[in-house]
Every structure is written in C-alpha cells, then in structure tokens.
Design a protein around this ligand. Structure first.
Ligand code: ATP
Ligand code: MG
Length: 558
C-alpha cells in the first residue's frame, strides 16, 4: 500500500503513523528509515524482521533506508561482522545504495555535542568508578544519589574532558555524565554516562580515540544527523526514548520520531547474539553459518530463500506486544516457496538393495520423470532404471501393520514413474537385519499403471544402483529440544540429534548439482547443495525442511 488515499487500510500501526504524517506533511513528505546493527555478531532471523520492516517501509513509501553500523564498542566489534551484515542485507534483497554509514564516522561531531552539553552545564566529568555509578543509581523504589563531582564548574569539566580525550586518565577512572535528575522515575534519566575511557583500538578509527560515546547518546544523535524520519526500534527502547528526547532537545537538533515494535521471538531458537556467539565459540555448532543456526547465513546455507524470509516477515506482522512465533511458520514459508520452484529428484536417504530377478542382467532403460508437477514448464528428465535398485529401508517391512501400503513379502507396489514390482524374497545378515530384497517386475506396467486395471496402493521412489551417485546428506533437527531454550541455561536443552549424517544414493542427474541449488527429493523433503563442503561431482546435501505430506496416504505414520 503506497499512500493512504482513503481506499486502503494500512496493514500495521507503523504504516498508520506514516500515513498520518504524510497527510499532515510532518516531514515534508519524506520517509527515511535505517537499519542500525551493532557489528558484534552475525545477523539472525530477528534482524531479518527489522531489515524487512525498515527497508520495506522505505520501498513502499518511495523513501530511503540507510544501513548504519552502530559501532560504539570497539572491544566487541570486527570487520568480519560488518562484511557479513552487508552480505546478508543484500542477499535478503535490499540495497542501501550510497547510504552505508558508521556511528564512528560521527565521533568528531558527537564529541562536539558533548562539549556543548558541558558548556550548557548539562554534563559533567565524574570520578566515580563504574561500580560506584551503579551503586548510587538507586532502584525503582529508591532514589539515586547525586555524584560528589556533579557540581564541578564548566571550566573544570571542559578541562577534564579534554584530558580524558588526550589519554591522561586510566580506563574507568572518569566518565562524562549527563546532568539530568538522580530522582527521576525512569532510571535511564539518572545522569547516564555519555562517554567512557576505553584504551582499545577501533575497527575503523584505529587509535584515534581512547574515549568512546555510549550507545544511547550515539544512537539518537546518529538518527538525527542522518535526518531519519521514523526511527523504528524494538520495545526495550521505549524507556530510553525520554533520554533520546532529552539529548536532542537540549542540543536543539533535528528530532526524528521513534516508534517501538515487538521483537521477534521464535520457538526452539535462541535469539541473543551473545548466546549465538557462545554456541560458535564453544564449537557446539560449526560456525555462525551452521545450517542449524537461526542466523541469516545459517538459514541461507540450510537452503532458505530470501523470498521465503521476506514472506515470513510479512506474515508475522508488526505488533506492540511481545509474543513467540512458532518455528513451524518459518518452515511453512520455505515449503511454499520450494514447492513452486524446486526441481524434483529421486534420492534414497537410507538405502536398501532391491534385485529384480526377472529383469535382464545387462539391460537398462531410461524412464521419463517430471521435474516439477507444480510447474510443467520445468520439463522432464530421464532417469536410468536397471536390475538392481535402491529403495528406502523404511519402504519395506517384514510384518507390515495395517495401513502400511509399501513393500512387504508378497506385496506389490509401484516404483515411481517406472513399474510395478512384487516382493518375492529377502536376505538377512547374522544380526537379523535385512540386507537385500528380491522382487519380480511386471513389464506391462511401464509408466506406472497396469493394462489389466490392477491397482497397487503404494508408490515408492528408487535409484538405480549401478548409476547411483553417492552423497553425504545432512539431516537437521532443532538445535534445542524445548520451546524456550533462552529461559535458563540453554546448554541443558541441546538436542543431541540435531545433526545426523547419512550416506545416500542419488539419481545421477544430481551429480553436478550446483552449490546452493535447491531440490525436492521426492517423499524425503527439500534439500540444498552445501556451499562450503561440496566438491565438483561430489555434492553434499543439507536437508532444508521435511515435506508436508504431499503424498499423505503413502507416508502416513505407521
Ligand atoms: P543483542 O542481541 O546484543 O541485544 P541486538 O539483537 O539488539 O543485540 P543490534 O545489532 O543492536 O542487535 O540490532 C540491530 C537492529 O535489529 C536493532 O534495531 C534491533 O532493534 C533489531 N533487532 C534485533 N533483534 C531483533 C528481533 N529479535 N526482532 C526484531 N528486531 C530485532
Ligand atoms: Mg541492540
């Protein structure tokens, strides 16, 4: 919905605010948003929501959206994170054009703003340690205590602040604090720190600075400097808004409108960068892009498409109240997309050998298979068929229960696109495990139906043993086995079965499948070729998501 001309209804409360602002010409018709990540980790699906929202609003209202790195904490920030964030935003389908900014680009201006506050008597250099500042801050029921340094003269403050910048004091020895109100009901207003001493090099400014501005001071002023109209952020910043208002009003600068929305929480998933970093550092996962991670890079490697993530962001909407979104919705979105676009193929995940005794030994034939029944324009391909095949272990049972429609001694099933086969015998090893089964085929049933009208209830997929491509397939489950792993110590909720590696047999057309390409393995799920570990002619597949039972009758749980 572009502009509300009275015929359309805005689909979320933020659009309603923008529509009203456009009507009153509050920002001279401008819409300018930003996505402001701190480069201290890789982006996750929660950030994707914020990206889709901010860039999405700009697109919809023909406005602009900036990318801004909020890089005020040099000890946790790295260029690797900056690069990954850019890659992820682009991959999601958004573009900041020439508007990639860094809060660190504003350090000189921010320093000047701080000096201005000192000159106005609105900021002072404080010698209390971090612990002392914390201890004198008070609580919700207890007033804060004024710092003994609160009433230093402007001259003294200017002198000390200048010397802080020059590196004369040790880390933690002094801070610059705003002079607001130690009795304020909102704790954020109790003389919060504006600058602290940190003798750490910055990933962009090197050793130029040994004092760094705090996030709250930097964030609102960066928005102001960039002339942001609607500063969209998550709910936890609602209590910071009065402080932002205070800084902007005291300094008399451009004042964006802040709008808070509920952050995304997803079941079975951790969404804190700090905890995700721990998973990486403790090697619980293989890296930020482990396909089990909720990071954008993990989801990409898992086989998610940008379209599916944008669709997910749209479906979850924007609310004012926190809630937890069911992981199944994310899976629904990728299935919808892949069902339309992924080419089908046959792959046997847990192979069992089938020998067709009445099929000529050296014969093989090519069977035509449809690439995507949802999109016939994707055409057909030829799949080789021969005497020895693989089928799924699961598709054979010695003593089948009721409603099991697949193969069993004496039973007949259809091989997808090929022939009816009937099980005549089986071979067990000394452990009692079935190692191969023997069948006969009915040559008159080529294509999957019988001229005599005989019906079979089950259809199973297969791969010709001689032609099969061996491939590693990685089957993922949730990393955690509880819905809210973030509550309490997550390490006790780790799912020991979150990664299973199997050696599968694939139809030969998959041999040269391109890294990153996405497939539906018939009846088994959606899979994509791993971009890191695949080699030419030796693809490694990741299971993106299971299939919704499209052949429900056949794969019904027994
Ligand atoms: P941390 O995990 O350290 O709290 P963060 O997730 O807030 O950090 P930022 O880099 O500050 O990380 O986030 C960038 C932007 O993404 C912010 O505007 C933030 O509000 C938004 N964001 C972060 N997490 C979510 C989430 N779960 N849902 C929606 N937006 C989010
Ligand atoms: Mg944050």
């Amino acid at each position: 919905m572009a502009k509300n001309n009275g015929t359309t209804v805005p689909t979320n409360f933020i659009k309603k605010i923008i529509d009203d602002d456009l009507k009153t010409n509050k920002w001279e018709g401008r819409v300018q948003t930003r996505f402001p990540p701190e480069p201290n980790g890789y982006l996750h699906i929660g950030h994707a929501k914020s990206i889709c929202l901010n860039f999405g609003l700009a697109k919809e209202y023909k406005g602009l959206c900036n990318l801004r790195f909020d890089d005020t904490n040099p000890s946790k920030e790295e260029t690797e994170y900056v690069d990954s964030i850019m890659e992820d935003v682009h991959w999601l389908g958004f573009d900041w054009e020439d508007r990639c900014f860094y809060a660190s680009d504003y350090f000189d201006k921010l320093y000047d703003y701080a000096v201005q506050l000192i000159k106005m008597g609105k900021a002072y250099v404080c010698d209390l340690t971090a612990d002392e500042v914390h201890a004198t801050r008070g609580t919700l029921t207890e007033l804060g205590k004024e710092s003994p340094y609160r009433n230093r003269s402007v001259e003294e403050n200017l002198n000390l602040f200048e010397r802080m910048r020059a590196g004369e004091f040790e880390e933690g020895a002094k801070t610059l604090r705003s002079k607001i109100d130690m009795a304020a009901g909102n704790l954020n207003m109790r003389d919060p720190v504006i600058y602290r001493i940190l003798k750490t090099d910055h990933h962009r400014t090197g050793n130029k600075w040994c004092i760094y501005p705090m996030y709250d001071f930097t964030h609102c002023l960066s928005d102001s400097l960039e002339k942001i109209t609607h500063s969209v952020c998550t709910l936890e910043f609602e209590d910071h808004r009065p402080l932002y208002d205070w800084y902007l009003d005291q300094l008399g600068v451009y004042h964006p409108q802040q709008i808070e929305f509920a952050r995304l929480n997803l079941s079975y998933t951790l969404m804190s960068k700090r905890k995700l970093l721990e998973l990486v550092e403790k090697k619980i996962v293989s890296g930020w892009d482990d396909p089990r991670m909720p990071t954008i890079s993990g989801l990409r490697r898992r086989g998610y498409t940008p379209e599916s993530i944008r669709d997910f962001s749209e479906r979850i909407g924007v609310a004012k109240k926190d809630s937890v979104v069911d992981y199944a919705l994310l899976e629904y979105c990728i299935r919808e997309d892949l069902n339309k676009h992924a080419q089908r193929a046959m792959a046997v995940i847990r192979p069992l050998k089938v020998i067709i005794d009445n099929y000529p030994d050296s014969q093989f034939e090519e069977i035509e298979a449809i690439n995507n029944p949802e999109d016939l324009s994707m055409g057909t391909r030829k799949v080789p068929f021969s005497k020895v095949l693989y089928i799924e272990k699961d598709d054979f049972m010695l003593e089948p229960p009721k409603k099991y429609y697949r193969l069993a001694p004496g039973r007949e099933v259809r091989l997808r696109y090929a022939y009816y086969i009937k099980c005549t015998d089986f071979v067990k090893d000394d452990k009692g495990e079935i190692t191969e089964i023997h069948c006969t085929y009915d040559p008159t049933t080529r294509g999957g139906s019988s001229p005599d009208g005989r019906k079979v209830q089950g259809t199973i997929h297969w791969v010709s043993a001689f032609h099969a491509v061996d491939a590693e397939v990685r089957i993922f489950e949730q990393l955690f086995n509880v819905e809210n792993p973030g509550e309490g110590d997550y390490s006790q909720f780790l799912n020991p079965n979150s990664l299973e590696i199997v050696q599968a047999k694939l139809e030969p057309s998959l041999k040269e499948a391109a890294p990153g390409s996405r497939w539906q393995f018939e009846r088994a799920g959606y899979f994509c070729v791993d971009t890191l570990d695949s080699k030419p002619g030796k693809p490694v597949f990741n299971r993106t998501v299971t299939l919704k039972d499209t052949w429900a009758k056949l794969i019904k749980k027994v």
